[in-house]
Design a protein around this ligand. Sequence first.
Ligand code: ATP
Length: 357
Amino acid sequence: MSAITMRELTKVYPGGVRALDALDLEIADGEFFALLGPSGCGKTTLLRTIAGLEVASGGSVRIGGRDVTGLPPGKRDVAMVFQDYALFPHMTVRDNIAYPLRIKKVDRRSRGSKAADTADELGLSGLLERRPGQLSGGQQQRVALARAMACHPQVFLLDEPLSNLDARLRLEARTFLKRLQRELGVTTVFVTHDQAEALALADRIAVMEGGRIRQVGTPTEVFRRPANTFVAGFIGSTPMNLIDARVHGDELAVARARLPLPDDARGQVTDGERLVYGIRPEYLDYSPTAVPGALTGDVVVVENLGSVSLVSLDVPTDAADAGEEAGGAGRSSVQVVVSEGGEPEPGDTGWAVPRPG
Ligand code: ATP
């Protein structure tokens, strides 16, 4: 069992930066878990504190039920893969992979055969006598993973594992990493600021901001049911539309439109209540002809994103429904994803219709 439990974990760096702020988090045994958030939110600090490379200022870390808060990295049974892989340039691939075994005083013969076995699993067998400088970025990454795997740790900690690879290799390495993690079933925590990577790889994601966790959930949960406007704005290749709204019986008054109250809001809100209505551009359909009750406005920008376009509508809102976010100006920008061939022209009037469900 190698679940990781953090309780009120706090890290204050010299100089007073509170990088982790009484953070609570549980990562299940065998889970592939992503730490996601903007630059400076504390992802790397959290990973390094789990590894024991940073000493916590308060709170605790438990791995597999054992309190490791005061233990040095070598006693935690974790392996960390760094962003730059941190391979020894003067050592061969074989010696790099075997290095942690040497530190653990495993005898030379077993070291060699274990390194060769691990290299074999990662498709590195033909490269054992090369040095890191003679490998591609993707191969170096595999050597770093092999070195982490050689000791069969309870937990893998990966810091931005794919960021040094070019776009094509990154996709390949993503698939490889996911398959490897499934096969090994080792609890794995990885840091990324790339939400597409987190959504594609992770069983669950923690979205962080300012040393705290803003939401923990499966990729589907954080994408479809963001817990707050921070997560809603951070997740998704196009930001979620967030529009001031008011509950009106069993409808929502959004701008001048009347939309059905989302199912999960029924019973949770009261008539007349003001709230923020969030809907992803992908869940709106564009119509060039009037649709009763839908959001409507003038097309201001049409951005070509490849197979789809992102259409921005300038939607007038009633003064009473325009909150501070709209600057009280009585207008909201609403974005809609439109598939190829259906794009309007700037200046057209269009309707944005929420898809049911
Ligand atoms: P990035 O995505 O840019 O790597 P991050 O989310 O991993 O960011 P951290 O590197 O954990 O963020 O940093 C969290 C905060 O702690 C930041 O404000 C950072 O400036 C600060 N910080 C990090 N390391 C140190 C340090 N050694 N001394 C002082 N402050 C630090």
